[in-house]
Design a protein around this ligand. Structure first.
Ligand SMILES: Nc1ncnc2c1ncn2[C@@H]1O[C@H](COP(=O)(O)OP(=O)(O)OP(=O)(O)O)[C@@H](O)[C@H]1O
Ligand code: SF4
Ligand SMILES: [Mg+2]
Length: 339
């Protein structure tokens, strides 16, 4: 991973909310609201990778999309390099969109199926005015393919002629073409099988080292973010419930949800499960339209001290240690002190 720079973070998110009003069936019915993201705060230091994990539907992609202003947040603040992105004028927003790129789970969504890979990459360079002429574009395309460890002759292939792993490498090359400072990777390996997944994660690690990128790496599986993240944020029903350095999350998780997620996670490297870290997670994620009262995790929480208070009190994401934040009223001691 690249060295993390102290000082002013590249990204600062505070109290981010994205609520979707739902269409009701009948005019007299109350309009309901889906709370996809419900008060998310985090920083991204320069050169840092934050892993964002949680079960399907917990709001990871919506957080990423709001962060890049691909959807308008309902509330909250997002600062990029000290600037409030909600206040950016069109010109500044265009420059921001070049500095902050996203890679999706399905690279097809960002690739034109009728265009050869090399042409598609060259087009990105043209649109953003990155290369001076055709010769420089060709050279840059070659270098981009090299960076994502693809053979130069693949420039002449169409997306459907590539394997899933190769397509994802092209998706990453496309994002890197404009030399971004922030790279958001939204489940970039979820559709790939385990050996290809390992290769792509290895590539991400190389890119972090080489280019000092700042990354938000999204996955629903904790094992995926383990080797690429400096810190990990665990999301549940639109909120972050635990945020800590990656080694801490994997060795001494504090929140009952993180512990349960980890217990259910086969580790990528060994393929073994991390038994006895916590009880198994049961039941489904409740609807973000009518989240449970108090602690949103209480209907599924296996914590032995869960009680009526959990149904009443909404836990805030509080600092419980120097670099550790947890949203659980039953976690009282500093996790740093836990074994
Ligand atoms: N445009 C939209 N309109 C209404 N609801 C939406 C919209 N986009 C997302 N949602 C809802 O917001 C919630 C969070 O969705 P989101 O895609 O952010 O979750 P996720 O954590 O990325 O899930 P996954 O792991 O499946 O990708 C879900 O309940 C989803 O159905
Ligand atoms: S506040 Fe209560 S219900 Fe929520 S995670 Fe902690 S122990 Fe479980
Ligand atoms: Mg998603």
């Amino acid at each position: 991973m690249s060295p993390v720079q102290e000082g002013e973070p590249l990204v600062r998110v505070r109290g981010l909310q994205k609520h979707f009003p739902l269409r009701s069936g009948w005019p007299w019915q109350k309009r309901e609201t889906l709370r996809a993201v419900d008060g998310v705060s985090f920083d991204l230091k320069r050169g840092e990778t934050l892993g964002l994990v949680g079960e399907s539907g917990c709001g990871k992609s919506t957080t990423a999309r709001a962060l890049l202003r691909l959807v308008e947040p309902t509330a909250g603040e997002i600062h990029f390099d000290g600037r409030d992105i909600m206040e950016m004028a069109p010109g500044e927003l265009r420059r921001f969109r070049r500095r902050a790129q996203i890679v999706f789970q399905d690279p097809f969504s960002s690739l034109n199926p009728r265009m050869q890979v090399g042409t598609a990459l060259a087009e990105v360079l043209t649109v953003h005015g990155v290369a001076a002429d055709a010769a420089e574009r060709r050279q840059r395309v070659r270098r981009l393919l090299e960076r994502v460890e693809l053979a130069p002759h693949l420039a002449e292939r169409h997306p459907h002629e590539l394997s899933g792993g190769q397509r994802q490498r092209v998706g990453i090359a496309r994002a890197l073409a404009v030399e971004p400072e922030l790279l958001v990777l939204d489940e970039p390996v979820s559709a790939l099988d385990v050996p290809v997944r390992r290769q792509i994660l290895g590539l991400v690690r190389n890119l972090q080292r080489e280019f000092g990128l700042t990354c938000l790496f999204i996955a629903h599986d904790l094992s995926v973010v383990e080797k690429v993240s400096d810190r990990v944020a665990v999301m549940y029903l639109g909120r972050i419930v635990e945020l800590a350095p990656a080694p801490v999350i994997f060795s001494r998780p504090a929140h009952p949800y993180t512990r349960a997620l980890l217990a259910a996670t086969p580790r990528l490297e060994s393929g073994r499960r991390t038994e006895a870290r916590g009880p198994v997670l049961e039941g489904d994620v409740p609807s973000p339209v009518s989240p449970p009262s108090g602690c949103p995790f209480h209907p599924r929480c296996p914590h032995p001290e869960r009680d009526d208070e959990c149904r009443l009190v909404v836990p805030r994401l509080e600092a419980k240690g120097k670099t550790w934040r947890v949203a659980c009223i039953k976690v009282t001691t500093s996790p740093d002190a836990r074994s």
